[in-house]
Ligand binder design. Sequence first.
Ligand code: SF4
Ligand code: SF4
Length: 70
Amino acid sequence: MFVVKDNCPNCGACKNVCPTNAIKFDKKAVINKDECIQCGVCAKACPIGIIINEQDTTEKVENKQHKKEE
Ligand code: SF4
Ligand code: SF4
């Protein structure tokens, strides 16, 4: 499930690439769960990387923490 974090500046990049037009704007980009086909294109298009797949969240945080320990 793809979700948009709250700090979205409404740049519109995700909306432009969504094949099902599932992204609407309401102060920030909002993904309509019923129209989204989970393709992930919007997440790749977002210039600041704030569209995340909720299932990946934990994994991403862990990867950051594993960054070079000396
Ligand atoms: S995952 Fe694909 S279908 Fe869903 S909102 Fe993003 S671009 Fe649109
Ligand atoms: S591409 Fe990212 S920053 Fe731009 S409107 Fe979509 S979610 Fe917001």
